[in-house]
Design a protein around this ligand. Structure first.
Ligand SMILES: [Zn+2]
Length: 364
């Protein structure tokens, strides 16, 4: 791993708890003492049959004191990549030397996960617009409240894993409120090439946790309904880098991804949209570099009539961060999320994408 090359914001040293005694992690009805871990099924609601709806939680309380970090996934029930990230951190990593506590929540939206759909199947509510939740409110807000008070509020920082919406895919990237220095520190530590800067809508876990003084970022990675190994491995590198930055793994170093660009969600209108309805022949995938004027896709009618072919060209040179997977559009539907890059970032990316030098055969 290379050294971190980015200066960190001033005045935000890792929480120094080395003088404190390690503390138990407590939640309603239970505790996990230092040096112990627990697999918990915690009831957050009840089904139509009166059975408990229980979320899986693994709490790993390190033998050494340090910050408490939550890792959560599947707030949208069909977004699966993050589930594997959280499970591997919880169950495949060695935690003997952990300085702090990990709260691993691989499936937040259990009813959505069981139905393999994005929203809670109960009135199609979005769990990720229901935080921090409220007692005595809707079913979604009651579930959010149980999750938030028991497993989010005791934490110091958090990472919430998502994928693109069904029918689209995206490069692994961080979404974070970069105007908030403690969140920016966490976002920079995750080691992704792309950070999309935005506060996030109200009711999302990252916005509400951040507002409750628990700096939180979202990771977007790939598509719904899949385990995508390469993306999962990159996310695991990001988690390890965060644990190094906050000294939960004090002997590890923060990972620098080679190049990085921060996109401000407020001023970049870079989603290219279809102006006609039809069937899309996409020429690129997420993570590809396109040059101004390159044909990104064509949109045709069922008869492939040539005079009806709509050609969509790149309006500028940039990186495709997100792209349509389901090859059909109405006018106005998004085709791809194209992001312009600074010159030095572009050069670094071109170097990364360039094929390796061919082996010399002695004649060249
Ligand atoms: Zn999501």
């Amino acid at each position: 791993m290379s050294d971190r090359r980015e200066p960190q914001s001033q005045g935000q040293e890792p929480p120094d708890r080395t003088d404190d005694l390690s503390e138990a992690f407590t939640y309603n009805g239970g505790r996990v003492d230092p040096g112990e871990s627990a697999n918990i099924r915690y009831g957050i609601s009840e089904t139509y049959l009166g059975d408990p709806v229980r979320i899986p939680v693994t709490v790993i309380n390190g033998a050494h004191p340090g910050p408490t970090v939550f890792l959560s996934a599947a707030a949208h029930g069909d977004e699966l990549n993050g589930i594997e990230v959280v499970r591997e951190v919880a169950h495949d990593w060695a935690h003997e030397e952990l300085h702090g506590t990990l709260v691993c929540l691989p499936v937040l939206n259990v009813p959505g996960f069981l139905a393999q759909q994005r929203y809670l199947p109960i009135y199609d509510r979005d769990l990720n617009r229901s935080f921090p939740g409220r007692e005595g409110s809707t079913s979604a807000k009651r579930m959010a409240h149980q999750i938030f008070t028991n497993f989010i509020e005791p934490c110091d920082i958090g990472i919430d894993f998502h994928t693109s919406t069904r029918g689209r895919t995206n490069m692994l990237h961080v979404r974070a409120n970069m105007d908030h220095p403690p969140v920016a520190r966490l976002a920079n530590a995750f080691s992704s090439n792309i950070i999309i800067a935005s506060e996030g809508p109200r009711g999302t876990l990252r916005r509400e946790a951040t507002d409750a003084a628990i700096p939180t970022i979202t990771i977007e990675m790939g598509e719904a309904h899949r385990f995508q190994r390469e993306l999962i491995d990159r996310a695991l590198t990001g988690v390890a880098s965060v644990l190094a930055e906050y000294r939960l793994h004090p002997d590890s170093s923060v990972h620098w991804p080679g190049w990085r660009t921060v996109i401000d969600d407020r001023d970049e209108k870079t989603w290219l949209r279809a102006d006609v309805g039809g069937i899309v022949d996409m020429k690129y995938t997420s993570g590809d570099l396109v040059h101004e004027g390159d044909v990104i896709c064509t949109i045709t009618n069922p008869f492939k009539e040539e005079e009806e072919v709509e050609t969509v060209e790149a309006p500028f040179t940039g990186l495709i961060v997100g792209i349509l997977e389901n090859p059909v559009v109405y006018p106005g539907n998004p085709l791809c999320h194209l992001v312009g890059l600074a010159e030095d970032t572009l050069l670094a990316l071109e170097r990364e994408l360039a094929p390796a030098d061919p082996p010399s055969n002695g004649f060249l």
